[in-house]
Design a protein around this ligand. Sequence first.
Ligand SMILES: [Zn+2]
Ligand SMILES: [Zn+2]
Length: 141
Amino acid sequence: MGSDRLAERLRERGYRATPQRLAVGRAIRQLERHATADQVAEIVVRDMPGLALPTVYAALEVLEALGEVRRVATIGGTAYFETTDRPHHHTVCTRCGAIEDLKAEAGLEPVLEAARRVGFADIRAEVTVLGTCPRCQHGAR
Ligand SMILES: [Zn+2]
Ligand SMILES: [Zn+2]
């Protein structure tokens, strides 16, 4: 999604389309994969020197509320974000924190249906598989 489209989405939902929010939206797209707020900030400060990390966090939260960005997982206090274009599942290593995309056809319709029954709207679901990655199993550190 281009910045114009994001600006439009922000305004539709009653948010101001600030340059910071648009820049964070662009940065997370540029990173493509699971990114921390620090990684997003690194890209954004190239265009906006002096932009503070809390501003990046705040912008990510707004984009998350909008459904443009989602929090994949929080590991050791670090939140990982990605865009919501391509829904997919994840594996998360509970030892080293590595996050990888997981290709699998999971039948989540019963889960979504249950969520609808308890009144949830705008729902989506992905599976996060927690475990020990091959590298950690083989003792490499
Ligand atoms: Zn691991
Ligand atoms: Zn992913």
